[in-house]
Design a protein around this ligand. Structure first.
Ligand code: MEV
Length: 438
């Protein structure tokens, strides 16, 4: 077991690695070598990455890929995707290609507001608190003026502050439930700064409020924090085509395909075990764009899954129907994304990704990202209801297995050719490698 270490964050990068090598890797220099292999030779760039977070000892690479041919609201995009799962980008590209010949994707932002809350305890009666809140509301707003000044210039700011009585859930528990517009910024720092100022002002004003008793003056702030539940920062994307333009094979007519597809979506609307996997597939596309554009994928994940469970039952984020001979497939998902602030102007690949997308506004990025989720889900369901998922997955995974066995370029070439017409399974790849090598 490694010993307790104090002051670790103050050690130099080299000393941190030395400590790790000593206490976790039996002084084996292989660990050091691996960490150093991933350092960037451009020292300035490496320093930038080192300073993103604490205790950085190396870089963790993810493939940065692109999926071309996305026709969205009549404009063509090449999507940047940061993801390690082998089949995701191929699936996105395939879906994009399929829908570009069927008028592409439509997308629209339905709402853009975000929420933050000051959670506090107050022991007096609600009526008095309500009167206090009405009196102090203008002071709450003016106290954040220095923080909101720039955001207001860009068309955002604090939209609403509500006092909420939560005492039926927890004794003495109240909230300032605040709504914000943050325009092109994700806005986490802006919202949290406003909330912390609201909390300070609330406490101070309660102390000097004449109509409160001494115990009522003691408002206790529990915490002030934005919510990653953003059901009012919502985007909708859809595709549609005539039923006869859907795939038509020997096994399934276009109509049968549409019906089977709808049934697969319907199952994810009623069966949570399936819904979670169905939505995970959607998030394959969403997270890849979110990461590539320097946004917070944990926030997006949390918000999306909470939205999927908003009716008290976890359900599919996509929906499919047939209407007047048209197959319609759509997604509705909350996406609190930003295209300014955070990593967007710092991380060179994030800057490049945003440039690739034509420097979109946050709204446009919401549309593009929702489309990536819909495309991913279309590709997954298309495989699931026809060939099954493994055919495509294993084809893409072949390279990983070959690399695992340190196949040479020549071996790779021969095996890729072999598996063009043979089913990829782990054991068959091993058999074929062994055959080549003996
Ligand atoms: C795998 O990463 C994602 C899928 O499981 C999604 C789905 O089942 O819909 C293929």
């Amino acid at each position: 077991m490694a010993p307790v270490v104090s002051g670790f964050s103050k050690l130099s990068k080299a000393d941190k690695i030395k400590w790790l090598t000593e206490h976790h890797f039996d002084n084996d220099t292989h660990a050091t070598d691996t960490l150093i292999t991933y350092w960037n030779s451009n020292e300035q760039l490496q320093q930038l990455h080192d300073e993103f977070t604490e205790n950085t000892i190396s870089n963790y690479y993810l493939p940065f890929s692109v999926a071309p041919n996305f026709l969205i609201n009549g404009e063509r995009y090449t999507l940047p995707m940061a993801i390690e799962e082998s089949s995701v980008v191929a699936a996105a590209s395939k879906a994009a290609k399929f829908w570009q010949n069927r008028s592409g994707f439509k997308a629209e932002v339905l709402s853009t507001t975000k929420v933050g809350q000051v959670h506090f305890m107050y022991t007096g009666n609600f009526e008095k608190l309500h009167q206090f809140f009405a009196a102090v509301r203008p002071k709450l707003l003016s106290s954040v003026a220095p923080i909101t000044k720039n955001m207001e210039k860009r068309g955002g700011g604090v939209l609403e502050i509500e006092l909420r009585d939560k005492t039926t859930e927890i004794d003495h528990y109240y909230q300032l439930h605040c709504t914000f517009e943050t325009v092109d910024a994700m806005g986490a720092n802006f919202i949290n700064s406003c909330l912390e100022q609201f909390a300070k002002t609330l406490v101070y004003e309660a102390k000097v409020y004449d109509h409160f008793s001494s115990s009522e003056k003691d408002i206790e702030i529990i915490m002030s924090i934005l919510s990653n539940y953003v059901p009012h920062c919502l985007v909708r994307a859809s595709v549609s085509c005539a039923i006869e333009d859907l795939p038509n094979t020997q096994q399934l007519s276009s109509l049968q395909y549409a019906e089977k597809f709808m049934r697969a979506v319907h199952i994810a609307e009623v069966e949570p075990y399936r819904a979670v996997t169905h939505n995970k597939g959607i998030m394959n596309g969403i997270d890849a764009i979110v990461l590539a554009t320097g946004n917070d994928f944990r926030a997006i994940e949390a918000g999306a899954h909470a939205y999927a469970a908003r009716d008290g039952k976890y359900k599919s984020l996509t929906h499919a129907k047939i209407k007047e001979g048209q197959f319609i497939f759509s997604i509705e998902i909350p996406l609190a994304l930003g295209t300014v602030g955070g990593l967007t102007s710092l991380h060179p690949l994030v800057k490049l990704a945003l440039q690739l997308l034509g420097k979109p506004s946050a709204k446009k990025l919401m549309e593009i990202t929702a489309v990536a989720g819909l495309a991913q889900n279309f590709a997954a369901l298309n495989s699931l209801i026809t060939t099954g998922i493994q055919q495509g997955h294993m084809k893409m995974h072949l390279m990983n297995i070959l690399n695992q066995f340190e196949a040479t370029e020549n071996e790779k070439e021969q095996l890729i050719a072999y598996f063009r017409t043979n089913t990829v399974t782990h054991s068959e790849v091993v058999t074929q490698i062994e055959k080549l090598r003996t």
